[in-house]
Design a binder for this molecule. Structure first.
Ligand code: EPZ
Length: 420
């Protein structure tokens, strides 16, 4: 199992380019189930979750190649419509095959994802919506079976903003009979990337990126191509890496508006962050000491829950106390006990953590990654800690970051991947 060793204390300098967004690539790859033929995607990140998705699609009769950030998928009519537990339990986003399979072939049998480190993460909103569109939903032996000859357009009002729920139903509605209106839809940029791809395939979707999305169902869709948008969560992670080391970095290849909430918080604590020309990234100026501020996560355009753990690392070495409220997931503080091993002073409650900053810094120690963003948080804390930090189980990191240690090395970080 791989691990990463970070030697803290080196301020990062230089420029780094972000990769394509994991959370845009996954739904777009699953959308190919809606249209047999050849699809082509550029700026695809080389990630564990992308290869897991291609492996799952292979089970649905899709052959694919991924070379040099370009994916080519040759989709044929599947003979199997089942997504097995052993794949779904490793990647919850596998649930995104449900909407397309039911819409295109009238049937799908998908393992319930089960909980994960950050919460129970049910899919009731996905299933209620499909049921409202006429699907018969059966749950037995840990699998959900959805059947429907032809989905019917409906008004779907989500109780809770759900990113993959919005994506699943947007894909299903593309081939439904009639019009579907999504209310309280998620507004993440990844949803807009997916909607743009579906429209390129011939779908009729309006309003993606707003809380009301209208989809006029069509009879069929045809394969096409699109570029995956840059990863805003990776961009935020790299920005915090520069900040936490007191460095000066350019994070390039993304529109700063995608992490506006994070940039505002970093301004609040004292950092100077300027957009690069034609909004192709940001420049962070060096700062030796910063103050604390409070953060509450929220759906886009609010402060991203996927950046909460990383920002907590920054607050661990700030001057003052920070109250971090996690409103999206019920258990997204798994990184706290590991940060405490590095000397961080954090008091976690169910959804609120009080962080008493230590400007004098943390001390390196062996720690354990528990989930994707927690592992990123530990890398960032290691960059700021005195001495060496060994992060175990970094397969979590490889799910969502393409060669993060290489990117950080290019900025001068003393970080190495080891195989144990
Ligand atoms: C997506 O997960 C992202 N994953 C997550 O990123 C991200 O943290 C999350 O959205 C929130 O932004 C992908 O896009 C592949 P939700 P998703 O449905 O869609 C509850 C990462 O690190 N809920 O928006 O699974 C749910 O429990 C990952 O890249 C229901 O109750 O999240 C949660 O509390 C982690 N019933 C809230 O809604 C449902 O049917 C938001 O979840 C669906 C969700």
């Amino acid at each position: 199992m791989d691990h990463i060793i970070v030697e803290g204390g080196a301020p990062l300098h230089g420029s780094v380019e972000v990769s394509g967004a994991k959370n845009a690539a996954l739904p777009i790859l699953f959308s190919t189930l809606l249209a047999p033929g050849n699809h082509r995607f550029t700026n695809v990140p080389h990630l564990k979750d992308v290869s897991s998705t291609l492996a799952l699609l292979k089970g649905f009769n899709t052959e694919s190649t991924l070379e040099n950030h370009t994916a080519v998928l040759e989709c044929k009519e599947p003979s199997n419509f089942e997504a097995h537990y052993d794949l779904v339990r490793k990647m919850r986003a596998s649930v995104l095959c449900l909407g397309p399979l039911v819409a295109r072939y009238g049937f799908a049998r998908v393992s319930l994802p089960g909980g994960c480190a950050i919460g129970a993460r049910p899919i009731n909103l996905h299933l209620d919506a499909l049921e409202k569109m006429g699907a018969t939903i059966k749950i037995e032996q840990g699998y959900v079976e959805a059947k429907c000859k032809k989905l019917t357009g409906s008004v779907i009002s989500f109780d809770t903003v759900t990113v993959t729920g919005t994506e699943n139903i947007m894909m299903a509605a593309s081939l439904a009979q009639g019009t579907t209106v999504l209310e309280n839809a998620a507004k993440e940029p990844e949803i807009v990337n997916l909607a743009n791809y579906l429209n390129t395939m011939g779908a009729k979707i309006k309003g993606a990126g707003n809380s009301i999305v209208t989809i006029d169902g069509v009879n069929n869709l045809r394969p096409a191509q699109i570029s995956i948008i840059p990863d805003r969560i990776e961009a935020g992670t790299l920005l915090i890496a520069g900040a936490i080391t007191g460095g000066e970095v350019n994070v390039k290849g993304f529109d700063p508006v995608l992490i506006k909430a994070l940039i505002q918080k970093m301004h609040e604590v004292g950092f100077q962050i300027k957009p690069l020309t034609n909004n192709s990234g940001v420049h962070l100026s060096s700062l030796k000491e910063w103050v604390s501020t409070d953060v509450t996560t929220a759906p886009f355009p609010g402060f991203a829950t996927d950046l909460q753990a990383q920002f907590m690392a920054l607050m661990c070495v700030a001057r003052g106390t920070s109250i971090i409220s996690e409103t999206i997931f019920e258990n997204r503080f798994m990184h706290v006990q590991e940060l405490q091993r590095l000397g961080a002073d954090i008091s976690p409650k169910t959804r609120i953590a009080v962080v008493r900053g230590k400007p004098q810094g943390l001390t390196g120690a062996p720690v354990m990654a528990t989930d994707l963003r927690a592992s990123a948080s530990l890398v960032l804390a290691g960059l700021a800690a005195k001495g060496k930090t060994k992060i175990n189980r970094i397969y979590h990191l490889d799910r969502g970051y393409e060669e993060l240690e290489i990117k950080l090395q290019s900025l001068g970080a003393k970080i190495l991947r080891g195989h144990s």
